[in-house]
Ligand binder design. Structure first.
Ligand code: AMP
Ligand code: GLY
Length: 434
């Protein structure tokens, strides 16, 4: 079977590797891909504008792709699944109306309210006056969270410590239009406290199978300091996501979400990413995303032991059937190597060395994100450049292997957090087995 993967980050590299290991797949096309994806066996990369559903459909037709799998949210929000469905082509990912769970935070929050899904108290504000009033009063207290309604490349959320900061965030979104139309509406909400966990299910509209949960590291610096990023590293399975939490999340969140979306005529087929805060009052939804997380995918996809393709095909067709689903629970840690200056401005085109040496560390592979080939050399081409992923018999071993490999890779100005996975070590130590 020929599979088309849409996207060009480390998450898509992880998808391509998972398909490469699947006996059902003999050829892979990735659009636009990157230098690491291009080097995978039986894989070709093709340049394409991922924001253009018609171009993606034309590519799938031209390539004879029997299954298309979408990595990022943008093509889904633009209706790529609808374009494929109209043309009778199989694509794994939700329709445009179902993708509203990520593309409109106002929709997601009101949806959760309608279906009794636990989430932070909120108000949807469609004008500046209403938003300034919402952040002024006692209602949400401080810190208060200000969120642009639409897609804002991960930059639309401000956790404001005081009223000044909250008002600034409102004005940036609604008046200065820092996120364009995405900030015309904002959601003001209560700040939740607890531990964040990323939980993923693959849904066929009614039923779902569960991937191991992971923990991301969103801030740029050690100790969760500095600005938010796309994610600087991840580990999984999350020690915080035991069987009790999992069954509660399924009962209180995933099942009502799938049922509610179906009832509202927005049947959900694809990966549902539930961003959770584990609070004292139980798990609450911080956000829904309609795709795998990045860097979470790089650590959890290798845990899928059964073939990924039958499950994705079943979900795309609307019936998971009895496709086999088996995942392992061996600890994995992924450390992101970023360009100096990220998430702000950074230089690109810098040569990367030591990739082969890194991959020779036992249990390690390197997923490429912002990389390109220039004159036969792999160079940087984005903010997040690589995710160095290590498997271990314990988190301790996985962390040690990941950082051993990171130390072998060099490019000018590279930045890594040095504490990825530390929370897993602490959780394990707390249970008396480090
Ligand atoms: P997002 O861009 O929607 O992934 O949000 C970015 C980050 O903001 C999340 O990963 C959380 O750390 C934080 N966040 C969003 N909403 C809340 C909330 N209601 N309470 C506390 N933190 C939040
Ligand atoms: N790692 C967070 C995200 O993919 O949104």
């Amino acid at each position: 079977m020929k599979v088309l993967v849409i996207g060009g980050g480390a998450r898509e590299h992880a998808l391509v590797r998972a398909f490469g290991a699947d006996a059902a797949v003999d050829r892979i096309v990735c659009a636009p891909g990157n230098a690491g994806i291009a080097a995978e066996a039986a894989t070709r990369v093709v340049p394409v504008d991922v924001a253009d559903p018609a171009a993606l459909l034309a590519l799938a037709v031209r390539e004879g792709a029997e299954l298309t799998v979408v990595g990022p949210e943008l093509p889904l929000a633009r209706g790529v699944a609808d374009a494929f469905a109209d043309a009778g082509r199989l694509l794994f990912g939700p329709s445009r109306s179902a993708a509203a769970l990520e593309s409109s935070k106002a929709f997601a929050k009101t949806f959760m309210a309608r279906h009794g899904i636990p989430t932070a108290r909120f108000e949807v504000c469609t004008d500046e006056g209403q938003a300034l009033e919402a952040v002024a009063g006692e209602r949400f207290g401080f810190p208060v969270v200000v969120k642009a309604d639409g897609l804002a490349a991960g930059k639309g959320v401000t956790v404001a410590p005081d009223r000044d900061a909250a008002e600034r965030a409102v004005r940036e979104a609604m008046v200065a239009r820092r996120f364009g139309d995405a900030g015309a509406t904002v959601v003001i909400e209560e700040c939740l406290t607890g531990s964040e966990v990323s939980c993923f299910v693959i849904a066929d509209g009614r039923r779902s199978v569960t991937l191991p949960a992971a923990q991301d590291h969103k801030r740029i610096f050690d100790g969760d300091a500095g600005p938010n990023t796309g994610g600087m590293g991840a580990f999984g399975p999350s020690p915080l996501f035991g069987p009790d939490v999992e069954s509660r999340v399924m009962r209180e969140i995933v099942t009502p979400a799938l049922d509610g979306m179906r009832a509202e005529g927005r049947e959900y087929r694809g990966v549902l990413y539930v961003g959770l805060m584990l609070t004292r009052d139980g798990p609450q939804v911080i956000e829904f995303n309609v795709r795998l997380g990045d860097p979470e995918a790089q650590v959890i996809l290798p845990m899928v032991e059964s073939g990924l393709v039958p499950v994705l095909l079943g979900a795309a067709r609307g019936d998971l059937g009895d496709a086999e689903w088996r995942v392992t629970a061996d600890p994995r840690v992924g450390v992101v190597m970023a360009s100096g200056g990220y998430p702000g401005a950074y230089e690109t085109g810098l040569p990367i060395s030591g990739l082969a040496e890194a991959s020779s560390v036992p249990g390690v592979h390197v997923a490429h994100a912002g990389t390109a080939m220039k004159d036969g050399v792999v160079v940087t081409s984005g903010g997040r450049v690589l995710t160095v992923v290590a498997r271990g018999e314990s988190f301790e071993q996985a962390v040690a292997r990941a950082y051993d490999a990171v130390g072998r890779i060099r490019f000018p100005g590279s930045h890594v957090r040095t504490d990825i996975g530390r929370k897993a070590l602490i959780a394990a130590a707390g249970r008396g087995r480090a």
